[in-house]
Design a protein around this ligand. Structure first.
Ligand code: DGI
Ligand code: FE
Ligand code: FE
Length: 217
């Protein structure tokens, strides 16, 4: 028999998809479904055993994206989590935090660490990201519904590198290089808007760059 690491499978994930579609605009659901597909493709290469959790995390990652800032702040306050210094002005990152906070009460059947942490860190990443956190972060960036030039470029960089034909070690190096490229593009875009860069964004990028320097020079 197939032993899954997770207490949910295809039937529960299909029911979740039908519930999530009711909670967001058609546009947001279109993106959500595309992230589910992309994270499944990525997890097939890196950690097939985590596909159920990553599909769930994809379905839940943007459930609060369409809330306004006062609603995010009210949720954060209810959970005793005022935004940290530097995050107060990076309000577009709030939805990752509030979605993760609401999972235990709104979706208790899917309240597992892999799901919640992938949702929590999907926008900024963080220093010390787990593999599953990295995969949702990247899938959110390069899902096929995104046509923005940076996204198209990053999607091509990852898949044109033919990661299917690589050893696992080469795949991890390719993933790191793809993530570094994503952070460089995000930070350039944020700088061009004079936006506040979340400390987690900066820490995640620096850690990956240092790993690259130590490994490959
Ligand atoms: O929710 P999505 O649109 O699917 O994607 P996302 O969760 O990656 O959110 C992207 C938005 O978040 C985009 O408008 C840029 C913003 N963002 C990401 N990192 C930071 C940030 N905004 C600020 N101010 N600082 C960050 O570090
Ligand atoms: Fe998001
Ligand atoms: Fe998203």
């Amino acid at each position: 028999m197939n032993q899954s690491k997770y207490p949910f499978g295809d039937a529960e994930i299909t029911a979740l998809r039908e519930r999530v579609i009711e909670e967001m605009s058609p546009k947001r659901f279109h993106h959500t479904a595309a992230v589910e597909d992309m994270v499944t493709r990525l997890a097939t290469l890196f950690c097939p055993e985590d596909i159920p959790a990553l599909r769930v995390a994809a379905l839940l990652h943007d459930i609060t994206k369409e809330y306004d800032v006062p609603t995010h702040k009210a949720i954060l306050t209810r959970f005793g989590q005022a935004p940290e210094a530097g995050e107060e002005y990076a309000y577009k990152t709030f939805h990752a935090r509030t979605a993760a906070l609401l999972i235990p009460e709104k979706y208790p059947a899917f309240n597992c660490e892999t799901v919640v942490s992938a949702v929590r860190w999907h926008t900024t990443g963080r220093a010390g990201m787990t593999l599953t956190e990295k995969l949702l972060y990247l899938a959110d960036y390069i899902d096929e519904s995104r046509l923005f030039p940076d996204c198209v470029r990053l999607r091509s960089f990852f898949w044109n590198g033919s990661p299917e034909g690589m050893t696992m070690e080469e795949r991890h190096t390719h993933l790191r290089r793809t993530l570094i490229m994503s952070y460089d593009m995000t930070m350039r875009a944020l700088l061009s808007e004079d936006a506040v860069i979340s400390p987690d964004t900066a820490l995640a990028r620096n850690e990956l760059v240092l790993e690259e320097l130590m490994c490959c020079r």
